[in-house]
Ligand binder design. Structure first.
Ligand code: FAD
Ligand code: SIN
Length: 548
C-alpha cells in the first residue's frame, strides 16, 4: 500500500488544496519551480466554487480604502490586527486587476465593474460575477494553471499528515516541514511526498457542525495536520454562522447570498413583520454575527423553524439579472423568489481562526505555509466581514509565493531521507459503522452545545463528549487500515476540541463568540487572541508509535 519514499524526488512546492488560495499561490510561483497541487476530491471540491457574493475590494481610492479598513475592524469587533487589515485592503485593487488580466468576467455596468453590497460594508464594494463568483473564479484560475507546464494538479489525493524533522526524530534541527503522507484514493495506496516547501490551503472546518453551508471537504484537515505537526492555532472560537441558508432538507446546505440583503432583501417573521430594525441600526445589513444571533433569538422566542427572506418586490427582471443561479436552484425546490419570500436559517459557514501565520503566510514550522481559510492571519478578528475571505486567499497566495521564491535556494541545501508509511501493524477495519456514528455524534454535539449562543456548562458537556470520541477514534486509527472517512473524522474531532478549548478560554462575549456566563465585551480583551500552543515533543500529538 505504500511506496519506497527515496524513489520519489523532492517536489519544489507541494500545495495541499486547490481552492482560491492554493491556485493563486501556484500562479504566483516562478515557472522554474515544479509545483504539485493536491485535492482530496475533484479539483472543485472546496468552498471556493460555492462562493456567491463576491470579492471585497476598495476600488474607490483612498477614502474607500480607509472605510474598508474601518468596516473590517468594526465587523471584527475590534480584534483584527490593524496592520494586517491595512495590508490586505490596500492589495484589493491589485488583486482585482490581476484577475481581470487573467480574464475573469466580473459583472459590469457600462464600462465599470458592478459592485454589490453586503452586511457590515458601509459602501458598495464587492466585485462579483452575478451570484456565481466562486465558480467563475475557479474557472479563471484553473485555466491559467492548466496553461503552466510547471504545475501538476492531482485529484483524489488526501493528505494524512505532514512530515517534519521533529516527527523523524531529528531533534537537533529546528522543526522543518519536508513533505506529507498522502492517501491516493484512486489507487488505494499511500505516497510519501518529499517537498522543499509545503503550503496548507485546505479550507475551513465548518463541517464540524451538523448544519453548514460548506461542501463536504471542509473538515479542517489543514488545521489538524498543522496542529499535530507543532503549529500554534488561534481564535478557533470564532466560527461564523451565515444567517441565511435555505431551510429545505433536500437542498443540502444551499446558501442564499448576503448580496440579496445588500440589494434590498428583508428578513421577515412568519406573519410578515420585519425584526432586524429592533436589533441593529443597520437592520438587515448589520454584521453577520448580529444578524445570525437575531434570527436565532427570534426562532427560539417564537418556537419557529425558520424566518423568511423577501426580495420579490424587486421584480423578476432584477432578480434574474442579479441572482440567476440562486433563483434557478430555489425553483428546483419549488420556491419562486420572484413571487414569494424564501425560508432561511443560520448555518455554520466560515472558520475565522486557524493556523497562526505571519504576513507571508508562514507558520511556526520552517518550510510550512498556511493560506486561505485554513489560516489565522489576523484579518477577521472576532467576525469576518462579508467577502473578505476570497480577498485574503488571493493576497496570501501571492505573499506565500513571494516568500518561497526568496527562500528557495536555502531550502534546497537540505536533503533528508524519509521512512515510508507503515501498515504492518494494522488490520482491516471490523466495524466501519463506528466511524459513521462518530461523525454524526460529533457534529450534532457541536451544533447543540457549541453553537450561536454558548454557556460554560454546555461547552464542558461538549468537551466531555469530544474527549470520549477522540479516544475511540484514536484507537481506531491506531489499529485499523485508514480510509478517507476515518482520516477526516480524526481531523474533525481534533478541530472540534480546539474550538471548544478556545471558547472556554475566552471569558467575554465578542463577535461570533456569545457566551451567557460572560455576556459583555471586555475592553481589556480588545487585542487578545486565543492562541493554543501544542505540546512540544518529538512524537507528534497523539500519534500511535508505529505510524511513521
Ligand atoms: P477551499 O476553496 O475550501 O479549498 C480547499 C481545498 O483543499 C480543496 O481543493 C480540497 O479538496 C482540499 N483539501 C482539503 N483537505 C485536504 C486534504 N487532507 N488533502 C488534500 N486536499 C485537501 N467568501 C467570500 O469572500 N465571498 C463570497 O462570496 C463567499 N461566499 C461563500 C459561499 C459559500 C456557500 C461558502 C461555503 C463560502 C463562501 N465564502 C465566500 C467563503 C470562501 O468561499 C472560502 O473561505 C474560500 O473559498 C476558501 O478558499 P480556500 O482556498 O482557503 O479553500
Ligand atoms: C454570501 O454571498 O453571502 C457569502 C459571502 C461571504 O461569505 O463572504
Amino acid at each position: 500500500m505504500s511506496e519506497t519514499p527515496t524513489a520519489t524526488p523532492f517536489i519544489d512546492v507541494l500545495i495541499i488544496g486547490s481552492g482560491a488560495a492554493g491556485l493563486s499561490a501556484a500562479l504566483h510561483l516562478p515557472v522554474e519551480l515544479n509545483v504539485t497541487i493536491l485535492s482530496k476530491g475533484p479539483i472543485s471540491a472546496g468552498s471556493t466554487p460555492w462562493a456567491q457574493g463576491g470579492i471585497a475590494a476598495a476600488l474607490g481610492g483612498i477614502e474607500d480604502v480607509e472605510q474598508h479598513v474601518d468596516d473590517t475592524c468594526r465587523a471584527g469587533n475590534g480584534l483584527p490586527d490593524g496592520q494586517v487589515v491595512r495590508r490586505v485592503v490596500e492589495a484589493g485593487s491589485r488583486q482585482i486587476n490581476w484577475l481581470l488580466e487573467l480574464g475573469m468576467p466580473f459583472s459590469s455596468e457600462s464600462t465599470q465593474l458592478h459592485l454589490t453590497r453586503e452586511g457590515g460594508h458601509g459602501a458598495r464594494r464587492v466585485a462579483h460575477a452575478a451570484d456565481h463568483t466562486g465558480r467563475t473564479l475557479m474557472e479563471t484560475l484553473l485555466e491559467a494553471v492548466q496553461a503552466r507546464p510547471n504545475i501538476t494538479l492531482m485529484e483524489h489525493q488526501l493528505a494524512i499528515d505532514l512530515i517534519t524533522t521533529q516527527r523523524l526524530g531529528l531533534t537537533e534541527e529546528s522543526n522543518c516541514c519536508i513533505g506529507a503522507y498522502v492517501l491516493d484514493l484512486a489507487e488505494d495506496r499511500i505516497h510519501t511526498l518529499r517537498a522543499r516547501h509545503v503550503i496548507l490551503a485546505t479550507g475551513g472546518a465548518a463541517k464540524a457542525y451538523l448544519y453548514s453551508t460548506n461542501p463536504d471537504s471542509s473538515t479542517g484537515d489543514g488545521i489538524a495536520m498543522g496542529w499535530r505537526a507543532g503549529c500554534r492555532v488561534a481564535n478557533m472560537e470564532f466560527m461564523q454562522f451565515h444567517p441565511t441558508c435555505l431551510f429545505e432538507p433536500r437542498a443540502k446546505s444551499f446558501l442564499i447570498s448576503e448580496a440579496v440583503r445588500g440589494e434590498g432583501g428583508l428578513l421577515l417573521l412568519p406573519d410578515g413583520t420585519r425584526f432586524m430594525p429592533n436589533y441593529h441600526p443597520d437592520a438587515e445589513l448589520a454584521p453577520r454575527d448580529v444578524v445570525a444571533r437575531a434570527i436565532d433569538a427570534e426562532m427560539k422566542r417564537l418556537g419557529i423553524d425558520c424566518v423568511y427572506l423577501d426580495i420579490s418586490f424587486k421584480g423578476k427582471a432584477f432578480i434574474e439579472q442579479h441572482f440567476p443561479m440562486i433563483h434557478q436552484r430555489c425553483l428546483e425546490f419549488g420556491y419562486d423568489m420572484t413571487r414569494q419570500p424564501l425560508p432561511v436559517v443560520p448555518a455554520a459557514h466560515y472558520t475565522c481562526g486557524g493556523i497562526d501565520v505571519d504576513e507571508h503566510g508562514h507558520t511556526d514550522i520552517a518550510g510550512l505555509y498556511a493560506i486561505g481559510e485554513t489560516s489565522h492571519t489576523g484579518l477577521h478578528g472576532a467576525n469576518r466581514l462579508a467577502s473578505n475571505s476570497l480577498l485574503e486567499c488571493l493576497v496570501y497566495g501571492e505573499a506565500a509565493a513571494a516568500h518561497i521564491t526568496a527562500h528557495h535556494a536555502e531550502a534546497c541545501s537540505r536533503n533528508w531521507s524519509v521512512p515510508g508509511w507503515d501498515e504492518s501493524q494494522v488490520s482491516d477495519a471490523d466495524e466501519a459503522v463506528v466511524v459513521t456514528h462518530n461523525w454524526d455524534e460529533l457534529r450534532r454535539a457541536m451544533w447543540d452545545y457549541v453553537g450561536i449562543v454558548r454557556t460554560t456548562k454546555r461547552l464542558e458537556r461538549a468537551q466531555h463528549r469530544i474527549a470520549l470520541l477522540r479516544r475511540e477514534i484514536h484507537d481506531y486509527y491506531a489499529h485499523f487500515r485508514i480510509s478517507n472517512n476515518l482520516i477526516e473524522l480524526r481531523n474533525l474531532v481534533e478541530v472540534a476540541d480546539l474550538i471548544v478549548r478556545s471558547a472556554l478560554a475566552r471569558h467575554e462575549s465578542r463577535g461570533l463568540h456569545f457566551i451567557r456566563d460572560y455576556p459583555e465585551t471586555d475592553p481589556a480583551c480588545a487585542h487578545h487572541n486565543t492562541v493554543l500552543t501544542p505540546l512540544n515533543r518529538s512524537h507528534p500529538q497523539g500519534e500511535p508509535p508505529h505510524r511513521p
